[in-house]
Ligand binder design. Structure first.
Ligand code: ADP
Ligand code: MG
Length: 261
């Protein structure tokens, strides 16, 4: 049983403070959903958790099982068990998916820089695991041989992230609009895969989404509303449906916050 604890987190993107005091506790197997108007800081929160360059934590704490992640580079946070699926996954020309997974699984373990020797047997399994994960969500096997995300459509990139999630088996996954750009069948398959992961290895999930349809197959324990960099309301899955009807105005969002894209 693991726990991700975010405490009084403040973070800036560029020069602007965007995340303005977020507290969040996620335990193994739990699904937390973050919804909020455009520009409310959802992606910045996700980036702050993973330590994406360009996002700076100005105060607060992010811990997995008591271990402080603030100040650590992204790869060390990954080693501590955190995974981020970007809203817009980037192309990494020249780096094959398989090689990236091999590197991720075989690098030094844990924060101490640990035990590179322990990874010697992993690589042989990786191609099989990639194929298995691809099949689970209808991701074309041919894409597995590509450099990371190169020449993939938006929806294919999203599925590619989920394939990686299944191979890496992190303790906690932050999924930034994993459902955007996916057709309805793909949303269902991806949501099911993630839901299965919560019991398969106790994955804890922080899922940013605009659509409650993701939650038909991925059962949310808690839905949070992020407005202006703060979680202004938390509730059960019904909150996601309410939001789709009422919008965010009742939660203090400016009218302008609810535009498209
Ligand atoms: N690198 C940056 N420099 C300046 N402002 C940024 C940067 N990244 C994001 N922002 C701003 O921070 C706010 C929150 O952005 P974001 O976290 O992407 O919102 P959301 O994901 O909720 O739509 C937006 O107003 C956005 O324009
Ligand atoms: Mg975003």
């Amino acid at each position: 049983m693991s726990v991700l604890e975010v405490e009084a987190l403040h973070a800036s993107a560029g020069t602007r403070e965007v995340v303005r005091g977020v507290d969040l506790t996620v335990r193994s197997g739990e699904v937390h959903v973050v919804m909020g108007p455009n520009g409310s800081g959802k992606s910045t929160l996700a980036h702050a958790l993973m330590g994406r360059p360009g996002t700076t934590v100005t105060s607060g704490s992010i811990r997995i099982d008591g271990k402080e992640l603030v100040g650590l580079p992204a790869w060390r946070r990954a080693k501590a068990g955190l995974f981020l699926a970007l809203q817009q996954p980037i192309e990494v020309p020249g780096v094959l998916l398989e090689a990236a997974m091999e590197e991720a699984l075989s690098g030094p373990a844990g924060d101490a820089g640990g035990d590179p020797a322990g990874a010697a047997e992993i690589p042989a399994e990786i191609p099989a695991r990639l194929r298995e994960e691809a099949a689970a969500i209808g991701f074309d096997e041919r894409f597995l041989a590509r450099p990371l995300n190169v020449d993939l459509s938006g929806g294919e990139r999203k599925r590619n992230e989920v394939v990686q999630l299944g191979v890496l088996r992190p303790k906690f996954a932050v999924l930034d609009e994993i459902d955007s750009g996916l057709d309805v069948d793909a949303v269902r398959a991806v949501a099911r895969r993630i839901e299965r992961a919560t019991s398969e290895w106790g994955l804890g999930v922080v899922a940013v989404t605009h659509f409650h349809r993701l939650l038909r197959e991925l059962r949310a324990d808690t839905v949070h509303v992020l407005v202006d960099g703060r979680l202004v309301k938390s509730g059960g899955p019904e909150l996601a449906e309410d939001l789709e009807r009422t919008g965010y105005r009742a939660y203090g969002a400016d009218e302008g916050d609810e535009g498209a894209a």
